[in-house]
Design a protein around this ligand. Structure first.
Ligand SMILES: [Zn+2]
Length: 236
């Protein structure tokens, strides 16, 4: 199946909109400090073109968010206890697996908030519908490389509880985990060297305490990136 055929199917599946707007008022409010921290965390873990969207999802229905160390049993977790929404996502996921897991967990929250029946299945039709609707704005080549987007789009047609239960998607995601782990520490890169970080090309400029001043190639804007970040060197 070609990519454009797939998009047609996805578009068809997503055309019937489900109200995403929460039926209840946000149960948690947030302070500017918490919002800033949230944006920082997302900036570190999700693909650049999905950061703003992921942040908007959090603002719509805030939840307490934690990045947890790797658990072999699951990639993330959602709980609702004592009026508190809580989401955790594992810290060792590639940016692509991370954003899929993040939206997967938010779909649990939305399914819970909008449920019309007393009891719903954890990965039943309410969750599936919410997951599809919430993923659709980022299901594109700005956020995912084609190798991930194709199996991801197929998986999203009828998402199962675990994204890795769909072998082609698991395989594509694994490739990126290895790629990101194989990088070098930015601290060990020479000044003026070009490298990629989170699918963006930068040049290392100079060291500043715990961070390194870098320049993004297209915009020429300067950013500081943690010296402990893993990056991939570009040939000169
Ligand atoms: Zn789940």
């Amino acid at each position: 199946m070609s990519l454009s055929q797939l998009f047609k199917i996805v578009k068809k599946n997503f055309q019937e909109p489900t109200p995403v707007a929460p039926s209840t008022a946000p149960v948690q409010t947030y302070t500017p400090e918490v919002a800033k921290k949230m944006q920082e965390l997302l900036g570190k873990h999700v693909p650049a073109h999905a950061v703003e969207y992921c942040f908007e999802l959090w603002k719509e229905q805030p939840f307490s968010f934690k990045i947890s160390r790797s658990r072999s049993s699951c990639f993330g977790n959602y709980t609702f206890r004592d009026g508190q929404h809580k989401i955790t996502v594992n810290n060792d996921l590639s940016t692509y697996a991370f954003v899929i897991t993040y939206v997967h967990e938010i779909a649990h929250q939305r399914a819970w908030l909008n449920k019309s029946r007393r009891k719903i299945e954890p990965h039943g039709k309410e969750w599936k519908k919410n997951f599809q609707v919430l993923m659709s704005p980022i299901l594109n080549l700005n956020v995912f490389p084609e190798t991930v987007l194709v199996p991801l789009t197929q998986y999203m047609a009828n998402p199962a509880a675990s994204s890795v239960s769909y072998a082609p998607l698991a395989k594509a995601l694994q490739g990126f985990e290895i790629f990101e782990q194989n990088g070098v520490l930015l601290a060990d890169v020479a000044d003026n060297q070009w490298f990629t970080f989170r699918n963006t090309v930068f040049q290392r400029l100079e060291k500043r305490r715990t961070r390194i001043l870098c320049m993004e190639r297209t915009s020429k804007r300067r950013y500081t990136i943690l010296a402990t970040a893993r990056v991939n060197l570009l040939e000169a």
